[in-house]
Design a protein around this ligand. Structure first.
Ligand SMILES: Nc1ncnc2c1ncn2[C@@H]1O[C@H](COP(=O)(O)OP(=O)(O)OP(=O)(O)O)[C@@H](O)[C@H]1O
Ligand code: SF4
Ligand SMILES: [Mg+2]
Length: 392
């Protein structure tokens, strides 16, 4: 297992492979009842590399209302048409600027939010609009780790009560009883069984995040969605938690969707990476291709801003630093055509008028851009840059 420290540059993870490891660790037995399929019917276990989760045309528009009668006057297009798959055993990293819809996407695929449109399939079954009863078995298979280990744990509950809550909610009694299983889980995440009766305020941020991870693992899930799991932690502690997530994946055969805005963290943990901009995926490929040959100008700009400890180098990968102009536009009224055209130095007229589809421009490398980097121009006839036209 590779380990990572705060001065690793880049945070590479040579041990990471899509395989990840499929055999549950010794002692990681299935909690009683976890194999039930319930309303999802008979589920066939996806093999490694096969899609565990498939998302098509996924949208979440939050209505904006006004007045006493809550008249709808608009909508926040938080997630506006996502298509991607998460393969069994892999880690899909999701990266993008604040407000681009990462958390909304995470809450949609864990079904904590009801989608406005689109389809979510888990192990081949449509789960887009499952009700509470239908979701019950899915709650065991899909778990979420939240960003803030300070607010996501109830301060009035003991660690034992917090980690055993999923068993109680699902009516699951593991072999040997809930307490024994919770104490085992605490050990799995690097805490001590004696922590069972202690309260969250007695723990550091990193330890609290371990408690959150133990809670997420309680029911032996297949998919874990971690929303900014380390961004609230000190850098040195971040590395410990990232390594713990890595080790758990290898031991338990977990599939992860990890949301982060820190490209170093994303680089370390991911097999494939989806780059989001204003509610859309603009680039999706494996980690190596993304860092070696980014094709979307936005990805290139993000990568060029990754700080490096070596001052002789300009930026990650030795690339020229690209400073993005302005803030992310409002998702209430996103720009026409390519949503990035208001900030893109390569934008032409077609970018303003025609939305580029997310298409494969190399093997396993999907990009939504008319004038990609490191790939043939998709609109070679359109050469006049918007910034030059504006000057005129
Ligand atoms: N419940 C809600 N009602 C209305 N708008 C919402 C709601 N939740 C999120 N939004 C809006 O949707 C957009 C996307 O939010 P989201 O939290 O998904 O972004 P994010 O990429 O996770 O950002 P960050 O990196 O800051 O966590 C934002 O403009 C946000 O204000
Ligand atoms: S489509 Fe045009 S504006 Fe959008 S990223 Fe590509 S070049 Fe830039
Ligand atoms: Mg978020």
């Amino acid at each position: 297992m590779s380990s990572v420290s705060e001065d690793d540059e880049p945070m590479t993870n040579p041990a990471k492979s899509p395989a990840g490891g499929s055999e549950p660790a010794a002692g990681a037995e299935q909690p009683a009842g976890a194999a039930e399929s319930g309303a999802l019917g008979t589920l066939t276990e996806p093999r490694e590399g096969e899609p565990l989760l498939k998302v098509s045309g996924l949208k979440k528009h939050f209505p904006i209302t006004k007045g006493l009668f809550k008249r709808r006057v608009g909508a926040v297009l938080a997630v506006d048409g996502l298509d991607f798959e998460v393969r069994a055993g892999e880690t899909l990293g999701v990266v993008g600027e604040s407000g681009c819809g990462k958390s909304t996407m995470g809450r949609l695929i864990t079904r904590l939010l009801e989608p406005t449109d689109g389809k979510i399939e888990f192990e081949g079954k449509d789960i887009t609009h499952l009700g509470v009863g239908g979701m019950r078995p899915l709650r065991r298979d899909v778990q979420m780790i939240f960003q803030d280990p300070y607010s996501s744990l109830n301060p009035r509950h003991t660690v034992g009560a917090i980690v055993s809550a999923p068993f109680k909610l699902q009516g699951v009694v593991p072999d040997g009883g809930v307490k024994k299983e919770v104490q085992r889980l605490l050990q799995v995440v690097g805490l001590s069984p004696e922590h069972y009766n202690r309260y969250p305020h007695e723990f550091s941020g990193g330890q609290r995040q371990r408690i959150g991870i133990a809670r997420a693992l309680a029911l032996n899930p297949k998919l874990v969605v971690a929303d900014e799991p380390v961004s609230a932690l000190d850098v040195s502690i971040q590395a410990q938690v990232v390594n713990l997530l890595d080790d758990l994946q290898a031991e338990l055969g977990l599939t992860y969707v990890i949301i982060a805005h820190d490209l170093s963290v994303i680089r370390h943990v991911s097999d494939r990476i989806a780059v989001m901009y204003l509610g859309k995926v603009v680039e999706l490929t494996d980690r190596q291709s993304l860092y070696d040959r980014p094709m979307h100008p936005y990805t290139r700009a993000l990568l060029s801003a990754v700080p490096v400890p070596d001052p002789r180098r300009k930026s990650a990968g030795g690339r020229e630093r690209i400073l993005l102009q302005g803030d992310v536009p409002s998702p209430m009224n996103p720009p026409s055509g390519c949503r990035f055209h208001t900030r893109c130095w390569k934008a032409t007229e077609v970018c303003r008028t025609k939305e580029p589809p997310l298409v494969p421009l190399a093997t396993g490398h999907q990009v939504a851009c008319h004038h990609p980097e490191n790939a043939p121009d998709q609109e070679p006839g359109d050469t006049k840059l918007l910034k030059d036209l504006k000057k005129k």
